[in-house]
Design a protein around this ligand. Sequence first.
Ligand code: NIG
Ligand code: FE
Length: 419
Amino acid sequence: MSSPASPAQTICLTKAAQVVRPPEDGLPFLRHDRAAELRFDPVPVTIAGGTIAAFAETDAELRIDASGCAVVPGFVDCHTHLPFAGWRAGEYELKVSGASYEEIARAGGGIAASAAALAEAGDAQVLGQAKSLADEMLAWGTTAFECKSGYGLSAEGELRALRLADELDRLVSQTTVSTALLAHAVPPGYSADAWMDEVESLLPRVADETDATALDIYVESIAFSNQHLARLGELAADAGLALRCHVEQFTGNRSVPVALEHGARSVDHLACLHPDDLEPLAASECAAVLLPGAEFMAAERTAPARELANAGAICALATDANPGTSPLVSLPLVIGLAVRRYGWTAGEAVLAATHNAAWVIGLHERLGSLEIGKSADLLLLDAPIEHLPYRLGHNPVLAAFRAGELLYVRADTAARFDV
Ligand code: NIG
Ligand code: FE
């Protein structure tokens, strides 16, 4: 990096081919039936004091020639399972030769295997793996991400996972939030009902001892039911935490009406969404978090994302980074999969991985879109955004800023930076 930018510096990005902005300022999210209103006009971008100061050229200390590039908000990964321990590559081989997620889980693999790995690993080992994944995510343009617990599978294990997530926040360059996925798999020795009693008694400690801002649950035959989702919804409301849920992933369970009734912030996966639940979801302020990387890697069905977008849902995209269903950390790859599988435009996919993803994790007032006064979390991409899905697997990120600080710059890019 020839000219490191500090947050106090004024920076001007000039001559970009595209600057992706919402149609108006102050929107908490942009429903997908309005995605065509995104603005792409190639305005200069001035950053001062860590925030976006103007869409005009100014006498900046650092000027960056963005010729041919797109300037987009930093990617927001609103659904990951970091921090976790180890991987499960052996299961992937079983899966591609026909074993189902449920069969693998019932044979002691799946979430239980990652829970055992987490229990065995020391804190430094878990944080080391997560930090190196966060660095990889930064190089793919992720400037904010969500962490989840869920591999603790005991009261103390879940609290430890949430404390590790808090620790990770201090170690990484990105902004993070954490979600208590307290109902992920039924721990050994418990019925699902008995574990929900344990979850209820754990909540005061989650609130006191961790920075978790949301609760999460996995609804599936091998995990929890809609009744448990409803119960977690009540607990979340009482605790002042957002409700999120893994629903309709491998089988249809009609969980979405239950989630909407309990004011969920997001419903995630939706590969098996019931057609009758699509319009009510689209009309709500509950985001549809779509995970095409998990759909692809776990051979799931394809979520009705085109229909959700047409109906005006708040669609978001995320990696679902985890050692089981989606060992992926690249949002450009997820954007490419979304465009191919869902029939979305590049603009729709970028919207889903930025502005609407920030809504999901409750950081929409601070970041997620290029607006004056928002945190200068932005990326310089090596081509217009249509290249993102088209050059699937290519990393287009030339530079990544968070709060005006240049955190990452691709090796071939230094020549564009000129003090
Ligand atoms: O989002 N399905 C539930 N949870 C994760 C997978 C967790 C795992 O397999 O380790 C998911 O796909
Ligand atoms: Fe997940």
